[in-house]
Design a protein. Sequence first.
Length: 336
Amino acid sequence: MNASGSLGVLIPTYNSASLLAPYLDALGGWLDLATEIAVVDSFSTDGTLELLKTRLHHPRVQFLSHPPGLYASWNFGIQHLQSEYIYIATVCDTITRAGMEQLLNVASMHQSDVVVSKPHLHTPDGRPAEVEWPVDDIILTLGIKSPRTLHRLEAVVFATVHATAALTGSCASNLFRTSCLTQFPFPTEVGTEADGMWSMRHAAEVAWTVVSQRFSTFAIHPGFATAEDRSQGQQNQRADQILEQAVNEWRSRGLMTATDLDRLCWPEGLRLQRVFQENKSAFDRCRKRKFPWILNPRAWLLRTRRQRARARLHAWKAKALGAVRALVSHSSVHRK
């Protein structure tokens, strides 16, 4: 056991045998930090489970089976772990020993429910890649250089601005408090978009800590979602509807007040998020057509509208975060 808190490792797999050799080599660099391991295999038929039983050595490892279903399998594995923190070790993604130790230290020091970091991204053939994630905006906007815990209203602002993505980014570069995931399991009715919905539903309920260093890798590869997962994702509620429901829930539980919402100009933020989402969806539909969007004048118009809507949404973000800074500063003065 490490000094910062016990670590449980969740390994979800499904027909991953061909990917396991380098993955297990990477795990071997830090797995002794773990108190326990739960492997959840979704009825693999390629020898995945047999290979793991042969190569994965740990004094406390459970090999479990669960029907295919990405986040349902995650939730099932989480129920079998008792450690203070959980790391979700998805196949193809890696983390260094120093990185794992830092996540644990930060979580313990900041009493975090979620510690979020950005991985190094690469393509399946190993070439470096770069995709902008919400955590990039958080780090840049707040000027984060050392671990920083977000004020709950800051988390709400970033969840609103990035409602079509996920504050969590890749779970394989994050650490979660086990009791947090037990209390707030990943939604299973939303297909492949559970990370994003989880971030929105619980933005004000969990303690988010952001780390600017990168010490993990994420392979941009086809997901392991089932056909059912993908079809569910097409029937999801709109992000603005999820946010509105979440805010109403937080108000009813006293996590946010009418004064908080006024301070953030929340109705304006929600409206701008809705406008951005509408323009983004329209442009995305154009891009998916067989006719090259770059030759379509309407696609260029939609792209311009999307960019303008994004700019207005980020302008609201700057104003709302300024109000939160003023609140925090005022509170600090009064505490003194």
